[in-house]
Ligand binder design. Structure first.
Ligand code: HMG
Ligand code: MG
Length: 303
């Protein structure tokens, strides 16, 4: 077991992954407002918007407008999800600091999600890396890194091969997406056994969904392997429109509570995140699902 990292960088995904599957359109000002309010809690990295086809994901059609409504004075780093050249063009025009580029481990999910085989999406990523501005941070996401909703369990060696290829092509970080929240720490260990032989831990991030209630356990497994970059979503919001049944991302509040207990620095005010997320969920009729946030707010507000 590696020593736990002393500091973790959280990327907040509630305005992107948290909202993308919702049917009812969340107004643009509410999306920017969520990011602005969360920036006041100390969060500095945001998986803020997507630049994808509005036919594929109507909820994310307003990426450029959401970006325009964000108060950049707090020095946040804003990322946009980009599936192709058109998305890159839109992301650059909107002034993002970084992009997330996408593949999956499995062809079936990838075809439903971005209409490309894994091979085709890897080639798209290569093109995007060549065309992206020099100062743009590029994160390579590998979805279905342990399980595909259509093809089942994935081969860690194959995922490690994809991760290594992305690293060789010049992504700044590889994010392992546990898209459907089915993995347990044993799966994460097996995956990291392979990935960390080929990509250094400093370059690897994790993106866990909590469908089966395993995301915090999986976060511990990743921390124990020295992983210090993770995505999470305030209030546990999240899902993927092309992963049926997959629920929210691991809640930012639950990750922060875990990190505090382990003595790992993060620079974020947990209770403030919980207050912002609980208000947002109430305003938009969404379920608030952070266990730590619920408990902390109940004890404070009831005290
Ligand atoms: P396609 O149909 O093959 O694309 O879709 P196309 O190039 O043939 O174009 C079709 C239409 O889309 C055209 O418009 C294009 O202009 C337009 P039309 O002529 O019909 O009016 N178009 C675009 N519009 C805006 N922005 C673009 C863009 N590209 C084409 N970038 C495509 C391929 C990739 C575009 C589509 O499948 C798509 O947008 N997919 C995105 C799906 C998505 O956002 N899924 C959720 C995000 S992934 C995720 O959540 C996983 C993650 O969280 C990690 C994890 O949990 O594992 C990151
Ligand atoms: Mg996701």
């Amino acid at each position: 077991m590696t020593a736990l990292p002393s500091r973790v960088v959280i990327t907040e995904s509630s305005s992107r992954d948290g909202l993308q599957s919702l049917g009812a359109f969340v107004p643009t000002t509410a999306k920017s407002g969520l990011i602005n309010a969360l920036a006041d809690t100390g969060l500095r990295n945001f998986d803020a918007v997507s630049f994808v086809s509005p036919k594929a994901v109507p909820q994310m059609a307003d990426g450029a407008e959401v970006m325009a409504g964000i108060d950049r004075s707090k020095g946040m780093r804003l990322f946009g999800l980009v599936p192709n050249a058109k998305g890159l063009e839109a992301a650059v025009a909107a002034g993002v600091d970084g992009i997330g580029v996408l593949t999956a481990a499995s062809d079936t999910f990838n075809e439903r999600n971005i209409n490309a085989t894994v091979d085709e999406s890897m080639h798209r990523i290569r093109r995007i890396l060549l065309d992206a501005p020099e100062d743009m941070e590029v994160r390579g996401y590998i979805s279905t890194a342990t399980h595909c909703p259509y093809e089942g369990e994935q081969d860690p060696d194959w995922v490690a091969h994809l991760a290594e290829t992305l690293a060789e092509w010049g992504v700044h970080a590889v994010f392992l997406g546990e898209t459907i929240g089915r993995a347990t720490p044993a799966h994460i260990d097996r995956l990291l056994d392979e990935v960390l032989q080929r990509v250094p831990a400093e370059m690897v991030g994790v993106h866990f969904h909590d469908t089966y209630g395993q995301a915090i356990a999986n976060t511990v497994a990743a921390l124990q392997r020295g992983i210090a970059m993770m995505d999470s979503s305030a209030g546990g919001l999240g899902g993927c429109p092309y992963a049926p049944g997959a629920t929210g991302n691991v809640a930012t509040e639950d990750v922060l509570y875990l990190l505090e207990g382990l003595g790992i620095e993060h620079g974020i005010d947990l209770v403030s995140v919980a207050r912002v997320a609980q208000r947002f969920c109430a305003d938009h009729n969404l379920a608030y699902s952070s266990a730590a946030g619920t408990a902390l707010l109940a004890s404070r507000d009831g005290a």
